[in-house]
Design a protein around this ligand. Structure first.
Ligand code: ADP
Length: 552
């Protein structure tokens, strides 16, 4: 017997046209470099995206060609999100926070043919232009200044330079989208390469549509056409967690912060365009809530704001602090490789009679519950699957229709994929009987002390629960007797004082004595990665020559 259902391919183009037709008056707001706001309706955005499709076709884009973007979060970047795939290309977001050499290496590895770049980022482009020759560089006049165009000479390796707005103005009417299969690629992102070279993950129409549907569900982001979504997460970081696609699918309002990501800028923006859902890594929200509380009355936080926070462990103290101001924080877990939403916090109703408020807060600090279409398992050191009992810890492995099964142009590595087809995440985790995932650590961040493992994440979360502490990161430092011992790098809030002994007393009720860091170093700031997470590699370098007083 055969199914009688139509086999219409899943397609981003369907979402694009649906949004243009069904939500023509909904708004897309972008903050410009001069801090003013530009507003487009979905109808205008749809028309501009269709013009981009015509432009790319006219410029000779072929099926599967990569078009890189080097852009902040704004409406034109969203045009690229949909226009490049609709023209048959693959959008490749370049991470503007990486070193120029690394960006050039990535563009070359991906064989990017064209580049769409913000005018304000041209100085960055020039620093890696020699490492990869784009055929065309399309400059988006984000600042409003005129674009200096040039004809280009392919034989001499000189790219043509075009003005994005001029190209759109001159575009012929769109005569349709490129034919495609649902498994054809739409976008690619490189992992940040904290170990080894960055690796490319290539998303398909199918994976992106399924991810959008799943991310939007009520227990997940609970997205609707009534939402106003603020993606602080950069559009080059796992496609802003795929949320722009989901927001367009439902016709939600989108507010893009442009290059203004400092906490005071974000708070200012929230006064003008109050979001109902905001996304970002914990470091963004830590800084924002501290500034907010340091200036009572200067800003208000939108009532009922929901915030999806992930990419790194979210301290319980942060969740509680936001709750005091009426903001609910839901933690999600994922990776560039997982599109990324693989698990997210929601309140399982069967626990309502069992858990009190304090216990719910503790649960919110876990990495949520796996979403329906993603399979998860925990594999112990002996290779056997761990029970979901909340205590058996092992490597988290995942599988699903929007989880990558390979990396672009890299032979499959058994360290990354198992023989039976699961992605090895490199995260150490436990899952409890209700399905809540606890990320104990990244494999490489665990601290091995005297044969026992210590979770840096648990220590960091506890230290950040101290009212005088702004930020903390815990690393392993080698020790002649214990192999490794934990060292805590701590940043205090302004005008606060705290000693190592006081912190040790604060941690004593929560941890076994051998788990408590032997050293507390008070520093000015924790180094950040290109995606805004604590950069433990840099911290480890900084404390590489550490000498323990009791080491002899
Ligand atoms: P990178 O951090 O290398 O830039 P990704 O952005 O893909 O790469 O990050 C994926 C990793 O981020 C995960 O493997 C995990 O270690 C960490 N991570 C993501 N979400 C969480 C979370 N809620 N709690 C703890 N760690 C998380």
């Amino acid at each position: 017997m055969k199914s009688t259902m139509m086999s219409v391919p899943l397609s981003l183009n369907t979402l694009l046209d649906h949004a243009g037709r069904l939500h023509p008056t909904q708004q897309i707001v972008s903050r410009l470099p001069d801090k003013s706001y530009r507003r487009h309706t979905y109808a205008q955005w749809h028309a501009r995206t269709q013009s981009l499709v015509s432009v790319l076709k006219r410029l000779g884009l072929r099926k599967g060609d990569r078009v890189a973007t080097l852009c902040w979060n704004h409406h034109a970047h969203l045009e690229a999100y949909f226009g490049i795939p609709a023209a048959g290309g693959v959008m490749h977001t370049l991470n503007l926070r990486l070193a120029p050499d690394e960006i050039g290496w990535i563009a070359h590895h991906a064989e990017d043919r064209f580049l769409i770049v913000d005018d304000v980022l041209l100085p960055l482009y020039k620093q890696f232009a020699d490492l990869h020759r784009f055929e065309r560089v399309i400059v988006f006049p984000f600042s409003g200044a005129p674009v200096a165009t040039q004809a280009g000479d392919p034989h001499a390796g000189i790219p043509a330079i075009d003005d994005y707005e001029q190209l759109l103005r001159d575009a012929p009417p769109c005569d349709g989208y490129a034919a495609h299969d649902e498994n054809d690629p739409v976008a690619m992102c490189y992992t940040s390469g904290t170990t080894g070279r960055p690796k490319g993950v290539v998303y398909s129409h199918r994976s992106t549509v399924i991810h959008s549907l799943q991310a939007a569900l009520p227990d997940h982001l609970g997205l609707s056409a009534r939402d106003c979504v603020l993606p602080v997460t950069p559009m080059f970081h796992a496609n802003a967690w795929g949320v722009p696609y989901a927001a367009v699918m439902l016709g939600a309002k989108l507010v893009f912060p442009g290059p203004h990501l400092h906490p005071d800028d974000l708070l200012d923006l929230m006064q003008v365009e109050p979001p109902s859902l905001a996304l970002g890594v914990p470091t963004i929200w830590l800084a924002l809530i501290q500034l907010f509380e340091a200036h009572p009355g200067r800003w208000t936080l939108p009532q009922g704001l929901r915030s999806l926070v992930g990419g790194a462990a979210v301290p319980e103290a942060l969740i509680r602090q936001f709750a005091k101001h009426g903001v609910s924080v839901a933690q999600g877990w994922g990776m560039t490789e997982t599109s990324p939403l693989a698990s997210v916090f929601y309140r399982k109703p069967e626990l309502d009679p069992v858990l009190n408020d304090d216990q719910w807060f503790a649960r919110r600090a876990l990495a949520g519950v796996k979403v329906p279409l993603v399979d998860m398992r925990i594999v112990g050191e002996d290779g056997s699957e761990c029970a979901w009992n909340g205590t058996d810890v092992g490597e988290l492995q995942v599988r699903g229709p929007y989880i990558t099964g390979a990396y672009h142009d890299v032979p499959n590595d058994p360290d990354k994929f198992t023989a039976d087809g699961w992605l090895r995440t490199g995260d150490v985790a436990a899952i409890d009987a209700w399905g809540y995932v606890r990320i104990a650590d990244r494999t490489k961040d665990l601290i091995k002390s005297g044969g026992e493992w210590i979770s840096s994440v648990d220590l960091e979360n506890a230290i950040m629960g101290h009212p005088a502490v702004a930020e903390a990161a815990v690393i392993a430092v080698s020790h002649p007797k214990w192999t490794e011992r934990p060292l805590a790098a701590v940043v205090l809030k302004p005008n606060q004082t705290l000693t190592a002994a006081e912190l040790r007393d604060f941690l004593a009720p929560k941890f076994a004595r051998w788990q408590i860091p032997d050293a507390f170093e008070f520093i000015d700031a924790i180094p950040r990665t290109s995606t805004g997470k604590f950069w433990k590699v840099r911290l480890r370098e900084r404390f590489a020559n550490w000498v323990w007083p009791d080491a002899s």
